[in-house]
Write a new protein. Structure first.
Length: 308
């Protein structure tokens, strides 16, 4: 029989070996984590693209029914040197998002909206235009707010009456010119397709539907601010400030968001989505030439659009 000290004994990891194993695991996690994050973002971006495609088909179906595109706002205007439309409470302000609801399988929601009254007139309408419509959202947006504030005097149950209307990550590309002078009054001479009091149709897009944008991606204010675009009423932006510009959170904004000064933006790396007149969806770089972006905005500018 062997002496006790010659018998085999199981030995554990030394401290050095344990540290080496931990270091290897850390390196593997560091290598895998970006790949997982990229895969998740790719899935979110794909979902956002699909939502834009749904909205594009809905706008086309609306046009087939009404022989015209829906407008981006129905609101009195007179700023920016555009033709004045006197104030009249018969202008109910509903936007393209509300008008295409039946073509997004939201007929019940559409039927509950009192289009003959202002959006803040009846309580039943308020509860409906405060609804979340998933087709208007992009999952890459980290904002957790289901609704956005417009008047501050309407509440759908949230804090400090800051949750008037259902949020949207989409706005129509109303104009290539700066609308910051509009002061929430939405000029009516937009050179895009969906703008305030617009009465456009396919025949109006002489630049070609594949070369003309209808809707773009937007992000609103910082998380918890309840600031942002709404699908139901006045919902448009200009492209004068480019993509991910200084008045957007992805572009570095830290203050208050404004409907008048916002630029198109997204939390996808490097750019954002745009819906074209032919219902195709394109992801445009934040470094796109500004002239090309303006050419893609106008419906009848006669420009020859280059590569983008």
């Amino acid at each position: 029989m062997l002496p006790y000290f010659l018998k085999s004994r199981s030995r554990g990891f030394t401290l050095v070996e344990l540290l080496v194993v931990i270091a290897i695991i850390g390196v593997l996690i560091a290598l895998l984590l970006p790949a997982v994050q990229q895969a998740r973002e790719a899935a979110r971006r794909s979902a956002c693209t699909n939502n834009f495609k749904q909205v594009g088909l809905a706008i086309h179906n609306y046009h087939d029914t009404h022989l015209a595109f829906p407008l981006s706002a129905h609101f009195s205007s007179g700023n920016c040197g555009s033709q004045a439309v006197p104030w009249n409470e018969n202008y109910w302000r509903y936007s393209w998002g509300a008008h295409i609801l039946p073509y997004l399988e939201q007929t019940a929601l559409y039927d509950n909206i009192s289009f003959e009254k202002n959006y803040n007139f009846q309580s039943n309408t308020l509860s409906d235009i405060g609804m979340t419509v998933d087709a208007f959202l992009c999952p890459s947006d980290p904002q957790g707010d289901p609704r956005t504030v417009r008047t501050g005097g309407i509440s759908n149950g949230g804090p400090d009456n800051k949750d008037d209307l259902g949020r949207s990550n989409m706005a129509s590309t109303a104009d290539s010119r700066d609308w910051s002078c509009a002061s929430n009054r939405a000029r009516i001479d937009g050179n895009g397709v969906l703008f305030n009091f617009s009465k456009t149709n396919f025949a109006s897009i002489t630049d070609g539907t594949s070369n003309t944008m209808l809707v773009g991606e937007v992000t609103g204010g910082i998380g918890g601010s309840y600031e942002g675009n709404y699908w139901s009423v006045i919902n448009h932006a200009d492209t004068a400030g480019g993509i991910n510009g200084p008045h957007t959170v992805p572009g570095g904004m830290t203050g208050s968001w404004s409907l008048d000064t916002q630029e198109f933006s997204s939390y996808h790396p490097g750019g954002c989505h745009f819906l074209m007149g032919d219902a195709s969806v394109h992801f445009l770089s934040e470094n796109i030439n500004q002239t090309v972006l303006a050419d893609l905005t106008t419906r009848s500018g006669g420009e020859v659009v280059g590569e983008y």
